[in-house]
Design a protein around this ligand. Structure first.
Ligand SMILES: CC(=O)N[C@H](C=O)[C@@H](O)[C@H](O)[C@H](O)COP(=O)(O)O
Length: 220
């Protein structure tokens, strides 16, 4: 089972159905481009994209986003996790926030993913307390993915203070994820104690990158 190399850039290759780059052909190509560019691992959503990304030859953190009227959508059930593992994910990521979950509770999911799927768990959390709890449940990695995403406006900058706090309290590797939108911010995550840093939008979402340029070039 592949692990996330220490000090590496993880590239998140995701495109929702409304994105012109949605689909395994595009996400497989993104994965190969990320590998050629020096990524050490990938984060990929859904069985089809995960299967396509395997060609890149990097460890894959797999998720399965299931959208409903429930706020928890990142791999919210054992069934969703099983599909990700079957598609070839080396590591399974899921929402480990303290919000009510729509199916199994995170502690049940973490245990079943480890015991029945034989995969390490990557816990997406939003607070220090959730990170500590996820480690106690048996998660192999704790990541700041959901910091700023559990209510209110999403901040512009990443939560470096949370990374520092997690790194000083957790034994498992802490992964920085969410709004690391420049190489300098990604480096700051490693300097703050992160084992690795995940970057998505600013590497693999040309529509959002274009929006950022267009907003500066021709503001409304
Ligand atoms: C909150 C949520 O659903 N985050 C998702 C998790 O898989 C993705 O939409 C993000 O793109 C990913 O976390 C990487 O972050 P950023 O795109 O900011 O580099």
């Amino acid at each position: 089972m592949s692990a996330i190399p220490k000090g590496c850039l993880v590239v998140s290759c995701q495109a929702r159905v409304d994105n012109p780059l949605h689909g395994p052909q595009f996400m497989g190509a993104m994965a190969r481009a990320a590998a050629e560019g020096g990524a050490g691992a990938l984060r990929v959503n859904g069985p089809e994209d995960i299967a396509a990304a395997r060609e890149a030859g990097l460890p894959i953190i797999g998720i399965n986003k299931i959208f409903s009227d429930h706020p928890v959508y990142i791999t919210p059930s054992f069934e969703a996790a099983e599909a990700v593992a079957r598609a070839g994910a080396d590591i399974v990521a899921l929402d480990c926030t303290h919000r009510p979950h729509p199916c199994e509770a995170p502690e049940v999911l973490v245990r079943r993913i480890r015991e029945e799927l034989d995969r390490p768990v990557f816990a997406d959390i939003s607070t220090l307390e959730e990170g500590i709890a996820a480690e106690a449940m048996g998660a192999a990695y704790v990541a700041t993915t959901l910091a700023g995403h559990t209510g209110g406006p999403v901040p512009a900058l990443p939560d470096l203070a949370l990374i520092e706090a997690l790194a000083s309290r957790c034994t498992v590797p802490v992964v920085a994820e969410g709004r690391f939108n420049t190489p300098e911010l990604a480096r700051a995550a490693i300097d703050a104690g992160a084992h690795a840093v995940v970057v998505g939008t600013m590497i693999t979402n040309p529509r959002e990158i274009t929006r950022a340029f267009a907003a500066r070039v021709s503001p409304a």
